[in-house]
Every structure is written in C-alpha cells, then in structure tokens.
Design a binder for this molecule. Structure first.
Ligand SMILES: C[S@@+](CC[C@H](N)C(=O)[O-])C[C@H]1O[C@@H](n2cnc3c(N)ncnc32)[C@H](O)[C@@H]1O
Length: 345
C-alpha cells in the first residue's frame, strides 16, 4: 500500500470523490481513505490504482504519490521537507520542477511562487546533481494548499480535459439539446461500476453520450430509444468515436426487449426537449425502475439522472431497489438533476 493523493475537480462537491471510490471498487483495489479535504482525497492504496484512475476518471485532475502533509505555514512546510525522504523518488542528476496549487482561498499568507522556489532549493540540497527544469522536467513535485493544510508529493499522472472537450455534444456528428456532457456521462458510467468487457445498457440512449463513454473504457454497450431517429443518431455518434454497440434498437424502455445486462446507466426524458411520448416523467421512471431490476444480477447497479423534483431516490426505494447514493447537480434555474445510484437487492 502506498500513500496517494488526488486533486479532483471543483465543479461538484461530492461527485468527484464518489467517482474515484467507484473506480477503486470496480477495479478491485483495496484502499483506505485517510482524509477528504477540499478538492483533495488522500488514500492508502496500491500504486497501480493510479493507472485505473487515470484511465477511467472524468473528474480527477492529478494523481500523486504522497511525500508528506503538514500545516499550511512556510516554516512548517520547510521544516517538513528537510526531513522528508526523497530516496526512491528521484535519482541523481534527474531534472525536476515544483508546482503548487491553491484551492479556493486557502493559506493566502503563503506566496505560491516563493514556496515553489524554496521547496526547489531544498530538493537541490537533498538530491545529488539534481537540476531544475521548468519546461520538460523528468519529475514534477506537486503541492496543494487546501483548507489549512499542505499536501506534497510526486505527480504520477495528470488527466487533461482535452479528450472530454473533443466529445462535447456540439462536436458530435449528431446533436440534440438533451445530450449530457462527456464528463458527466463518464462519471455516471463509473458510478454504475461496470468492468471492462461487461455489458452496459442505456435504455433512453438519446445521442449515446453514456454509451460512448462506456465503450471508451472497454465495456460492451447496448442502447434503446423510443424514437428511431435518436437510435440512428446514436449509431452515428458511436461510429464517430470508434465504439461498436452490441445492439441499438428502437424500443420502449418500460418493456425492455433484453434478458440480462451487467448494469444500467441512463437519463430518462424530462419532458422539456426530450419527448416523453405523452407520459409524465415520474410515471416513466417508476415503470422503468420496477421493470429494469429484473434485467440486472443481484448486487449490480443502476445509475440514473432525473429532475430533482421527482425525488428519484424515493421512487427507487419504493420500487424495491437499494439506494446507494444521490448527488444534486445544478444545471440552470429551472433544472437541478439528481444523479442516483441503486443496487438490486
Ligand atoms: C433526456 S434524453 C436522453 C439524452 C441522452 N442521455 C444523451 O446524452 O443524449 C431521453 C431520451 O429518452 C427517449 N424516450 C422517451 N420515452 C422513452 C421510452 N418510453 N422508452 C425509451 N426511450 C424513450 C427520448 O426519445 C430521448 O431521446
């Protein structure tokens, strides 16, 4: 087990942490949470878990091997780095850079640039013939000032937003205003906890945002939509991102033409831009959830988005599902989504 820490996105207070834990669970990495700080998760876990996070996560930014944590004061930080062990972290003659991030207004009394320079000086003293290289360093030390703490370590992976931006709804060949962002879609897929190779179903697939993300992490995918033109559009989007579905069918999600899948991740219509075929959203979701649990094995998950007002957490429980978690995501004045995760009892 190694001490690791992750800088997560600040766009939501709970989703990034839950996504990280869901990935650790599904990839079967044993872990223990040491501490949750603003935008930082500190854990004990095998260092291989970093690879799983870097491959799957939408809401993690930086993954690090932790060297130390201390109070956010200049004297305390410099005292701690002097006694820190850099053996096994940096070799002689290697080049390095030190980068510091401040979360919100944490530790305003500390000057970031100055601290980077002072930490660099200490590393130069500790490692024989080390060199500073700010543009293409071999190793990057990464520190985060968060709340009243300073966590410092070696950067092992960084997740750049570029690929998610490239899959923005407006950049896909088939667009519809109801489409989810690639980032939220990936996060929802992770919360449903499918392993690579498992079969993921989205029975209200729309433009296939969720299926594209599931396909890109190696899952097999299956999609339904009541409207034939959405199924055709989904097929175009899937092909564009190189995902071959097991099947894409025009069907009513309340009567699924499928026997068993490994998990369901979905976003039923809200009756605004997406058609509800004349039914009300709450009824569709209620009918769907009571029928769908027959289609997944016991213990497997359904991750579903819906307007907060319909209280999906309650509907799921009334349908006999175990409510694992819910996250409220503000979209605009008229819409807050509830992202809920259920497990079949
Ligand atoms: C909110 S949209 C899904 C958007 C999708 N998550 C995306 O990112 O593109 C809901 C979809 O459900 C479809 N739909 C409505 N009623 C349905 C039903 N009874 N069964 C299956 N699909 C249905 C609509 O045609 C619409 O495409």
């Amino acid at each position: 087990m190694a001490n690791l820490f992750f800088l997560v996105s600040g766009e939501h207070p709970t989703l990034p942490f839950s996504e990280l834990e869901a990935i650790l669970e599904v990839e079967e990495h044993k872990y223990r949470i040491s501490e949750k700080l603003s935008q930082v998760l500190r854990i004990q876990a095998p260092s291989e878990s970093i690879r799983s996070i870097a491959t799957r996560s939408a809401m993690t930014r930086v993954c690090c091997l932790e060297l130390f944590i201390c109070d956010a004061s200049d004297t305390e930080i410099l005292r701690t780095v002097r006694s820190a062990c850099l053996e096994g972290v940096m070799r002689q003659r290697e080049s390095f850079a030190v980068r510091i991030r401040r979360i919100r207004a944490a530790a305003q009394h500390i000057n970031r640039g100055e601290l980077e320079r002072k930490l660099g000086e200490q590393i130069l003293k500790k490692v024989e013939n080390a060199k500073v290289n700010l543009t293409t360093p071999k190793k990057t030390f990464f520190g985060i000032l968060t709340e009243n703490r300073f966590v410092f370590g070696l950067k092992m992976a960084e997740i750049l937003p570029k690929s998610f931006i490239e899959r923005r709804p407006q950049r896909r060949p088939f667009f519809h205003p109801t489409a989810l962002s690639a980032k939220l879609a990936r996060c929802m897929v992770n919360l449903a906890r499918p392993k690579a190779g498992e079969l993921v179903l989205d029975p209200f697939c729309g433009t296939a945002s969720l299926l594209v993300e599931a396909g890109l992490i190696g899952c097999r995918v299956l999609g339904f939509d009541a409207q034939r033109r959405m199924v055709k559009g989904s097929l175009r989007n899937l092909a564009y991102y190189g995902v071959s579905p097991e099947g894409m069918i025009a069907a009513d999600a309340r009567h699924l033409p499928v026997k068993e899948v490994d998990c369901i991740v979905t976003d039923p219509p809200y009756g605004r831009s997406a058609t509800t075929l004349g039914l009300n959203t709450e009824q569709i979701v209620r009918d769907f959830l009571s029928a769908a649990q027959e289609n997944i094995p016991k213990g497997d998950k359904i991750c579903i988005a819906s307007p907060k007002s319909i209280r999906i957490g309650v509907i799921g429980k009334e349908s006999g599902l175990k409510h694992v978690e819910s996250h409220m995501v503000y979209v605009h004045r008229g819409l807050t989504r509830e992202i809920a995760v259920f497990e079949r009892n």
